[in-house]
Design a protein around this ligand. Structure first.
Ligand code: 5GP
Ligand code: ZN
Length: 132
């Protein structure tokens, strides 16, 4: 057992419903699913969040494969891909993971942000671009 529940699933010390696995990545069912087929895509290497994911291009490949499989398996109306970084953003498990969440007819989406009209777009874009 480690201090990280996802590392424990990855090393087999606690059970997980694994649906997909490669040398680098594993996908298993969320223990408290939002909907049928809610799956987590997780790099095997323990990194806390997206800021540790440089070079992990294999994650996108796994996300597409798992999304395609969920689509085939359950034919949902739509699929959300979500990924939380930091407590303020709703992260509860501090081992990087992506949620693949099928959305079915009648499901109520609870994703709600207060949106505004973009102002100072060029200033904001420039500030971000400085670091890219
Ligand atoms: P976060 O809020 O960090 O983006 O999402 C963490 C997710 O991990 C939650 O959806 C939660 O249900 C799931 N989770 C927490 N503990 C376990 C566990 O022991 N096993 C599995 N399979 N999922 C877990
Ligand atoms: Zn971990």
């Amino acid at each position: 057992m480690t201090e990280c529940v996802f590392c424990d699933i990855i090393d087999g010390s606690i059970p997980g419903n694994v649906v997909y696995e490669t040398e680098d990545v594993v996908a298993f069912l969320d223990a408290n699913p939002v909907s049928r087929g809610h799956t987590l895509v997780v790099p095997k290497k323990h990194v806390e969040d997206i800021h540790g994911a440089s070079g992990m291009e294999f994650l996108m490949d796994a996300l597409v494969k798992v999304s395609d499989a969920v689509e085939e398996a359950f034919d949902p109306e739509g699929i959300n891909i979500a990924q939380n970084n930091g407590e303020a953003a709703g992260q509860e498990v501090f081992h990087l993971h992506f949620h693949v969440t099928p959305i079915y007819e009648g499901d109520e989406l609870e994703i709600s942000y207060n949106r505004s009209e973009l102002e100072d777009g060029s200033e904001i874009a420039e500030e971000i671009s400085k670091y890219l």
